[in-house]
Design a protein around this ligand. Structure first.
Ligand code: 5AD
Ligand code: SF4
Length: 434
């Protein structure tokens, strides 16, 4: 989401006579687009801000701005000289990027500039993002912003505000332009894409996410479509049916579980039980046999007992996730959990539970990849492999990274690849089509 937002920021700035650079030593203005989701994300930003201060000596007029969720959460405190030796000139929340040119004028005249007003309407629908760090093959399209689910651990509803969706015509238009520019894979992005809903004023009819994704999939059969991220409570059969009948909607669904224990899920305010979650996995398997399923898991949430942790491990084993993002619980100020529950799981216990989760997931990922050995998968080439220039790397529809010898393939090519071996993270094979 931040990657996508940075492309909007680049667009606003380049429309106002600024240009981007790959080297921060050259920059007159440095923006850090920040995440507040866990404390370690914020610590990273604070460390980076500290490092950047030394550039001020070389460039006295240098402007440093903090954008995104941390701006929203830390507000004016970022503008005050802190004990950390950090000085920031601009603080701009995620809904205020149109105001950047005006804020730049303030900052350039030596004033502190801040706009952290959240909007109930801003979707940046009319701004064409500048794809400045793209591989030219895959791109993100932001389709909705904000979240009102208020999972008890999560800061997002406070930093990104109310849920709002973007006009579907502008989304389909952006997908078409990307396809015409050579892009072959689009990820529709939102905090909770299944909540996407656009009401047509003319007839009062609504476009929901299933209709939207099908409209995007119809741009071209050669355009792959992915989406992230979904809340299990909103993962409808209707959406699964749409995925099933559109082969270019990728066979990979990210369905954050968070915990395998109904009592923990209740404290997390996730609004589903472990049985509900299981039934959604079963529905995915029924509608889209072989679909890859990935998830997010939090270890050591408030009050988590050894039994509740075990339920998470059991559910992982049952679901056989292909991939997972795994985190230790990090208390965030102002959230419902911070107000209601003690962050009472000792750090060592959180660490050891997370280690167990990671170890199990590695086993599951390896098992999932081993199943693919001997099969042929269609890979969209993204570019040279990082390890060796003689190999190219791309992804299968199941979102698995596939590396194979380069026979003159170009980014954006579709290649049928026979999978010969694997690690837990990568499939290795050889192209069998030209
Ligand atoms: N602590 C740890 N992980 C968190 N996530 C969100 N908030 C927290 C938190 N306070 C995780 C969830 C979510 C992912 C994006 O980040 O798993 O799905
Ligand atoms: Fe946070 Fe829950 Fe919203 Fe996801 S659905 S952004 S975890 S509040």
């Amino acid at each position: 989401m931040n990657f996508s937002d940075s492309e909007i920021v680049a667009s606003v700035m380049t429309d106002n006579q600024y240009s981007t650079t790959q080297d921060h030593n050259e920059a007159d203005v440095i923006f850090l687009n920040t995440c507040s989701i866990r404390d370690n994300a914020e610590q990273k930003v604070l460390n980076r801000l500290k490092q950047l201060q030394s550039l001020r000596k070389k460039k006295p007029g240098l402007i440093i701005g903090v954008l995104g969720c941390m701006a929203e959460r830390m507000k004016t405190s970022l503008l005050e000289e802190s004990g950390l030796g950090i000085r920031v000139d601009m603080v701009v929340g995620p809904d205020a990027y149109r105001d950047l040119p005006q804020l730049m004028l303030d900052a350039e005249s030596g004033h502190k500039a801040i706009n952290i007003i959240l909007s109930s309407e801003e979707t940046y629908a009319d701004i064409t993002p500048v794809r400045y760090a793209s591989n030219g093959v895959s791109a993100f399209i932001s389709i909705m912003r904000g979240c009102e689910n208020f999972c008890s651990y999560c800061v997002v509803p406070f930093t990104r505000g109310k849920e709002r969706s973007r006009d579907p015509q502008t989304i389909v238009g952006e997908a078409r332009e990307l396809f015409e520019a050579g892009y072959r894979e689009i990820t529709l992005l939102g905090q909770n894409v299944n909540s996407y809903r656009w009401l047509k004023e003319e007839n009062g009819l609504a476009t929901g996410f299933p209709q939207l994704i099908e409209m995007v999939a119809r741009v071209s059969p050669w355009l792959r479509v992915r989406f992230a991220t979904s809340h299990p409570k909103d993962m409808s059969d209707e959406l699964l049916e749409v995925i099933a009948r559109n082969p270019n909607i990728c066979r990979a669904i990210h369905l954050p579980m968070q915990s395998g224990s109904s009592s923990v899920l209740k404290r997390m305010n996730r609004k589903y039980t472990s049985e509900d979650y299981k039934s959604r996995i079963e529905a995915i398997r029924r509608f889209i046999p072989g679909c890859a399923i990935s998830t997010d898991i939090i270890a050591g949430f408030c009050g988590e007992t050894p039994e509740e942790h075990q339920q998470t491990l059991d559910m992982m084993e049952w679901a056989g996730f292909d991939f997972a993002f795994m985190f230790k619980y990090s208390e965030r100020e102002g959230t419902l959990a911070a107000k209601k529950y003690d962050d009472d799981i000792a750090e060592e216990v959180k660490t050891s539970r997370l280690q167990e989760i990671i170890k199990l997931q590695q086993k599951l990922s390896l098992k999932s990849n081993k199943r693919d050995v001997g099969t042929v998968v269609e890979v969209l080439v993204e570019g040279p492999s990082k390890r060796s220039p003689d190999f190219v790397s791309g992804r299968s529809s199941h979102n698995k990274v596939v590396v194979f010898p380069d026979k003159g393939y170009k980014p954006g090519d579709y290649v049928m690849v026979k999978v010969n071996s694997c690690t837990a993270a990568t499939l290795l094979g050889e192209g069998i089509s030209d």
